[in-house]
Design a protein around this ligand. Structure first.
Ligand code: DMJ
Length: 456
C-alpha cells in the first residue's frame, strides 16, 4: 500500500534538505556567469576613474574628485599602471588600450619628489613590468628601467637595507626607520627588471637587503615591527604577520619560486617555522596568528586582521595546505562577522571582537581563496569568493566606482578607490571564476600587488 501523498511529499522535502546539507549547504556555482559579473564591476570601477580622475593617481568616487599621492601635478598614474594587467586579463580591450596610452603619454619620473620606495615598487614598477610582459611594448620596459634606476639610491644605507623614501630626481633618501615589509618586498620587481634588462645590480641590492634583515632576526627566529636601516637596530620588538611585516614572508617564498633561489627558500622555511611556533594560536576557536615579543616569543596580543589574511596563500605556496585551509576558515569567519571584514579583530575572547572597524577594499582574503581554489579545487572557496563579491557589491559600490568603508559595523562609506582594488581585489575575484587558462599560477608568480611575472 502506498503512503499518503502528504507523507510522500514530506519524504521528498526531507531527502532534498539532507542532500543539500551533505553538499555543504551549497548550490552549484555558475563560474562563467560570475566571471562576467566581476568583469562588469571591473569596468564600473575603471570607468569611475576615467570619468573623474583620469590622469591622476586614484579616484575619490563619492566626492567625484581625484587624489594624487605626491600633490597636484605629480601624479604617477597609480590606477592606470596598477589596472593595466587586470583590464588585459579580463579582456577589457578598449579600456586596457586607454590605460596603456595614458601611461605612454603622461607617465614621467623626472619629478623632484620623495616617494615611498615600497609602494612605488610594488604598484608602478610591478605594473609596468607585468604590462610589458603582457603587451611586449618596449616603451613600458624603458619606463620601468628609468624608474628602477631612480629608486636604486634608496639602498645606499650603511646596512644595505633601503631607506623608506627616495627623491626621484635627486636620489636624496630619507626615512631611516623602516620595517620588514618595506625592506623585504622589493626583490621580485627589481629581480624581474634585472632579468629583462640584463643588469644584475637590480637584483643584487634588494637581495642583500633581504639577507641583512633576515640576519637581524631574534633568537626566536622572529623579526620586529620597526628597524633603523642606518644602525641596523630594532626600534620595535613587536612581531606579527600583519601590516609592516606581512609581505616580507610572502617575498621569501616567492623569491625562491620565481628565481629558483635556494637561499630565499631556506630563509623562508626558517622564518615560517618561527612564525608557526611563536605566533600561532591553535585551539577550539580555530587557527589564528597573533602578536609576540620577538625576543622572547611572549604573546602580546591576539589580534588578526585583513592584512594578515595573505598568510594562507603563503602556506599554499610553501606546501602547507592543512594550515592554509584552517587559517582561511578563520579569515572567512572574520569576514562574515559583519558582512565585510574589519581591519582587525581580537580573537582572544569568547567571541570575535572588532578592534579596528575600517575596510579599505583589501584583497588578501580573496587572494588566499584563489590560491586555495586553484590548488584544492574545493568548491567551498568559490562559495567564499561569491560571498565576498556579493558583499562588496552590496556595501562598497557607489554610482562611480567603489569606495572604502570607514566602519564595517555601520557600513559607513569613506571616499577612496585605492589603486590596489583594481590591481588585486577585482583581479583575484575575476580569476576565481574565469576559465583556468586565463592565468596559470604554475607559469607566473604574482607580486604583492597581484602583478604576474613570468617564471623563467
Ligand atoms: C597592497 O598594496 C599590497 O597587497 C600590500 O602588500 C599590502 N597592502 C595593499 C593591499 O591591502
Amino acid at each position: 500500500m502506498r503512503p499518503p501523498v502528504a507523507l510522500r511529499l514530506c519524504a521528498v522535502v526531507v531527502a532534498s534538505v539532507l542532500a543539500f546539507v551533505a553538499a555543504g549547504g551549497r548550490k552549484e556555482i555558475d563560474r562563467p556567469a560570475l566571471a562576467s559579473k566581476v568583469r562588469a564591476e571591473i569596468l564600473h570601477a575603471w570607468r569611475g576613474y576615467e570619468k573623474y580622475a583620469r590622469g591622476h593617481d586614484e579616484l575619490q568616487p563619492v566626492s567625484k574628485t581625484a587624489k594624487d599621492w605626491y600633490g597636484p601635478g605629480n601624479s604617477l598614474l597609480m590606477t592606470p599602471v596598477d589596472s593595466l594587467d587586470t583590464l588585459l586579463l579580463a579582456g577589457c580591450r578598449e579600456e586596457a588600450e586607454s590605460a596603456h596610452q595614458l601611461i605612454l603619454d603622461k607617465l614621467s619620473f623626472d619629478r623632484d619628489v620623495p616617494v615611498k620606495n615600497f609602494e612605488v615598487t610594488i604598484r608602478i614598477l610591478g605594473g609596468l613590468l607585468s604590462g610589458y610582459e603582457r603587451t611586449s611594448d618596449p616603451r613600458l620596459l624603458s619606463l620601468a628601467e628609468d624608474l628602477g634606476g631612480r629608486l636604486l639610491p634608496a639602498f645606499d644605507s650603511p646596512t644595505g637595507m633601503p631607506f623608506m623614501y627616495v627623491n626621484l630626481k635627486t636620489g636624496k633618501t630619507s626615512g631611516a626607520v623602516s620595517n620588514p615589509a618595506e625592506i623585504g618586498t622589493l626583490v621580485l620587481e627589481f629581480g624581474t627588471l634585472a632579468k629583462l634588462t640584463s643588469r644584475p645590480v637590480f637584483f643584487e641590492k634588494p637581495k642583500r637587503a633581504l639577507k641583512e634583515l633576515f640576519a637581524r632576526r631574534a633568537k626566536t627566529g622572529l623579526v620586529g615591527e620597526q628597524i633603523d636601516v642606518v644602525t641596523g637596530q630594532w626600534k620595535s620588538p613587536t612581531s606579527h604577520v600583519g601590516g609592516g611585516i606581512d609581505s616580507y614572508y610572502e617575498y621569501l617564498v616567492k623569491c625562491e619560486l620565481l628565481f629558483h633561489d635556494a637561499e630565499c627558500g631556506s630563509m623562508s622555511k626558517d622564518s615560517l617555522r618561527a612564525v608557526n611556533r611563536w605566533l600561532a594560536d591553535d585551539g577550539k576557536r580555530g587557527l589564528w596568528y597573533g602578536e609576540a615579543d620577538m625576543r622572547t616569543g611572549r604573546r602580546t596580543a591576539k589580534t588578526y586582521g585583513a592584512l594578515h589574511a595573505f598568510l594562507p596563500a603563503v602556506f599554499v605556496l610553501g606546501g602547507d595546505l592543512p594550515r592554509a585551509r584552517r587559517l582561511q576558515d578563520s579569515g572567512f569567519r572574520m569576514w562574515r562577522l559583519n558582512g565585510v571584514e574589519p581591519e582587525e579583530v581580537d580573537y582572544g575572547g569568547s567571541r570575535l571582537a572588532v578592534k579596528s572597524p575600517g575596510y579599505p577594499l583589501r584583497p588578501e582574503i580573496v587572494e588566499s581563496a584563489w590560491y586555495l581554489w586553484r590548488t584544492t579545487k574545493d568548491p567551498k572557496y568559490l562559495v567564499m569568493g561569491k560571498t565576498i563579491f556579493e558583499d562588496l557589491v552590496r556595501c562598497c559600490r557607489t554610482e562611480n566606482g567603489y569606495t572604502v568603508l570607514t566602519n564595517v559595523v555601520t557600513k559607513e562609506k569613506g571616499d577612496l578607490q585605492p589603486s590596489y582594488f583594481l590591481a588585486e581585489t577585482l583581479k583575484y575575484l575575476y580569476l576565481m571564476f574565469a576559465p583556468d587558462e586565463t592565468l596559470d599560477p604554475d607559469k607566473v608568480i604574482l607580486n604583492t600587488e597581484a602583478h604576474p611575472f613570468r617564471r623563467r
